[in-house]
Design a protein around this ligand. Structure first.
Ligand code: UDP
Length: 320
């Protein structure tokens, strides 16, 4: 197949490109590089089945015939989408609409990267796909949450009214090599802080929870979902729930760091709990994650060590 990945220079998009190329497909990656990095794609420089186009998805474009579209373009970390608030809302509305138009034109199948943020600060625990969420539509996270919720509504509308063959992946916290070293996310912050010997900044009391999925498991989940005919959302994430404090302790164990834990204020609207119910993905395509948090952190160690070393030398990090 010839496959279009929007957001191909990002953490998820670049790993997805690798997986699709490994399956023998041809990939066109599109990215405006507002948060993605060409470093994530450098290893594909001489790959004849990979093509890259620097382009803003909000501007219409015609990629030529494509058979499948993975729509992953969006700022995704709280630091990035706060900085790029309007751009985040636009890519989730105008950008997703443009991508769906391309899918219709070429009869391509379509998978949209949605998010656990659709559940907001959830009042139901764990979160199954039929929970409608508890989202603040005007708070600091709303630019991301509402962008992704609108994208879901758009995707469903193009399936219902235009017959586009769509899928919705609700992605929970994911980590691994190529995670931006300075995007403020908890795993990158803790790993970088531990490796530099700095205090680990736990926000609030650290009793809020997240469920962390290693990148290779997450990508397998996307590929499994891509092969189904399910049009309603499917959670793709690791169901093992961690408090942020225990996550900090796991990072200290894995890195062998003598760093200490320091407490800082909890950001506004920071969800208290987040844990996917993945029974739908298990039932539909027999998927469940295999890599536990400590193993995944170990697999990410070299990457973060490289980031710390290249920072010290003042160079851009070479990503794994
Ligand atoms: N967090 C933290 N210290 C950090 C960065 C994040 O305690 O240095 C907490 C944050 O408050 C949240 C959780 O870790 O409760 C996950 O934050 P992240 O920014 O990774 O993503 P989110 O799941 O909130 O989108």
């Amino acid at each position: 197949m010839r496959i279009l990945i929007t957001g191909a220079a990002g953490f998820l998009g670049s790993h997805l490109a690798d997986a699709l190329l490994a399956e023998g497909h041809t990939v066109l990656g599109v990215d405006n590089l507002c948060t993605g990095s060409l470093e994530n794609l450098r290893h594909l420089d001489r790959e004849p089945r990979f093509e890259f186009l620097q382009h803003d998805l909000c501007e219409p474009f015609d990629p030529g015939r494509v058979d499948y579209i993975f729509n992953f373009a969006s700022p995704a970390s709280p630091v990035d989408y706060s900085r790029l608030g309007v751009a985040t809302l636009l890519v989730g509305s105008v950008g997703t609409c443009n991508a769906l138009g391309i899918a219709k034109k070429y009869g391509a199948r379509f998978l949209h990267a949605s998010t656990s943020e659709c559940y907001g600060d959830p009042l139901v625990h764990p979160q199954a796909e039929d929970y409608w969420g508890n989202v603040n539509p005007v708070g600091p996270r709303s630019v991301y949450d509402e962008s992704k919720r609108f994208s879901e509504a758009l995707t469903m509308a193009w399936w219902r009214y235009h017959g586009v063959d769509t899928r919705l992946a609700r992605i929970f916290n994911t980590y691994g090599p190529r995670l931006q070293k300075n995007d403020g996310r908890v795993i990158s912050n803790f790993m970088m802080q531990a490796l530099r010997g700095e205090d680990l900044t736990v926000y609030g009391a650290g009793d809020q929870t997240r469920s962390f999925c290693y990148i290779s498991d997450e990508i397998e989940g996307f590929l499994g979902l891509a092969r189904t005919d399910e049009h309603y959302p499917v959670n793709i994430g690791n169901p093992v729930e961690w408090t942020i404090l225990d996550c900090a302790r796991a990072v200290l164990r894995v890195t062998g760091s003598a760093s200490r834990i320091a407490y800082a204020p909890l950001p506004v609207d920071d969800p208290i709990h987040r844990q996917p119910d993945i029974s739908k993905a298990k039932r539909l395509f027999g998927w469940e994650p295999k890599i536990d948090l400590e193993t995944g952190l170990r697999l990410s160690l070299d990457y973060f060590r490289g980031c710390v070393e290249s920072d010290a030398e003042g160079k851009t990090p070479v990503r794994a």
